[in-house]
Design a protein around this ligand. Structure first.
Ligand SMILES: NC(=O)c1ccc[n+]([C@@H]2O[C@H](COP(=O)([O-])OP(=O)(O)OC[C@H]3O[C@@H](n4cnc5c(N)ncnc54)[C@H](OP(=O)(O)O)[C@@H]3O)[C@@H](O)[C@H]2O)c1
Length: 298
């Protein structure tokens, strides 16, 4: 699992204490990877993270730092000038010498692939970035970018959860009229599996909708899913968070959830998710999938 740091911004002392508590809770839970982006909270989560690292000597060597760039307020920007500036900013805010993993945040239609490739290759050769990945990209976009890169793309981060099921519905609706209403990049899960590109799930807790924070207007399917999550958590003596994440991690693609909760107790509640996934039966997995779909399988 990865701790997503998007919501750990804010400039005052209380905000910093809140961020530190989340980082500490993650480490206690065995989470050693942290997900940032230059755009999150105008750089504040990265600044808090840098200060946290300064106050916890020896931790940098034990953790993996991932950040993203390519989004500017109101537009996307994969120009080499922007990427280089973004990398410098991330390194400075976190007070580190190298970003372990740099992801391109959202596809930029104006991307010049040979320029991006040459920029990323230079960042890698200069030791400023250890490896690269993407986020919210389809297989063709990944293939195009990879063609101009001298190192393999390692990660694709997508929204995957019990509330966002198109990644599974795409596969089960082949040859079905219902497939017309499925909105997901065709074949990207399989492409990443085939090319050893680690899939990461953003918003894997589905904003808490099935684990204690129902949406304002829940559908009957989502109410039934929350109910099912609660029953399974009680039956397995675990947390609802572990069920929601365990369901995602049960998928053979070995998806890494990027959890966005800022609450130390909820971070700890996510801890048993891998164990839950390993023990989740096919029947349990399908019962959650079908409840969240709100209709039987085709
Ligand atoms: N690549 C991308 O385009 C992209 C886009 C969005 C996010 N991300 C990454 O993914 C991470 C996770 O995304 P996310 O934070 O949007 O989604 P998430 O992990 O599904 O949900 C976290 C949110 O749900 C709330 N929540 C969860 N369980 C709750 C409960 N039982 N009761 C009340 N509130 C509950 C959390 O509040 P509390 O903090 O109070 O627990 C928090 O606001 C981000 O931090 C970021 O790193 C990436």
């Amino acid at each position: 699992m990865i701790l997503g740091c998007m919501r750990l911004g804010g400039t005052d002392e209380a905000a910093q204490a809140r961020a530190f508590a989340a980082f500490d809770a993650a480490l206690e839970t065995g989470i050693t990877m942290f997900d940032h982006a230059d755009i999150y909270g105008e750089g504040q989560p990265e600044r808090h993270f840098g200060e946290w690292l300064r106050q916890r000597p020896g931790i940098r060597e034990r953790i993996t730092i991932q950040t993203k760039c390519g989004i500017r307020p109101g537009l996307y920007d994969f120009s080499p000038e922007h990427i280089e500036k973004a990398v410098t900013g991330c390194l400075e805010r976190m007070g580190i010498d190298m970003i372990d993993l740099l992801l391109l945040h959202r596809p930029d239609p104006l991307m010049e692939p040979h320029q991006v490739g040459s920029c990323l290759n230079t960042l890698h050769e200069s030791g400023l970035v250890g490896a690269f990945g993407v986020s919210n990209m389809n297989a063709a976009q990944i293939r195009l970018l990879q063609h101009f890169l001298s190192t393999p793309l390692r990660v694709n981060q997508l929204e995957l959860s019990l509330a966002k099921l198109d990644w599974l519905n795409e596969g089960i609706h082949v040859n079905q009229a219902a497939g017309r209403n499925v909105h997901f990049a065709d074949g990207v899960i399989e492409y990443c599996q085939l090319h050893d590109i680690q899939l990461q799930a953003w918003a894997p807790l589905a904003y808490g909708w099935f684990s204690g924070q129902p949406p304002e207007h829940p559908s009957p399917a989502w109410q039934a899913t929350a109910q099912r999550v609660e029953e399974m958590a009680a039956a397995k003596s675990t947390s609802r968070e572990a069920i929601v994440l365990g369901w995602l991690m049960r998928h053979p693609a070995a998806i890494q959830p990027v959890i966005g909760t800022t609450h130390p107790d909820r971070i700890r509640a996510c801890g048993p998710a891998a164990e839950v996934a390993a023990a989740m039966t096919r029947e349990d997995w399908y019962s959650l999938f079908i409840a969240a779909r709100g209709e039987a399988l085709p």
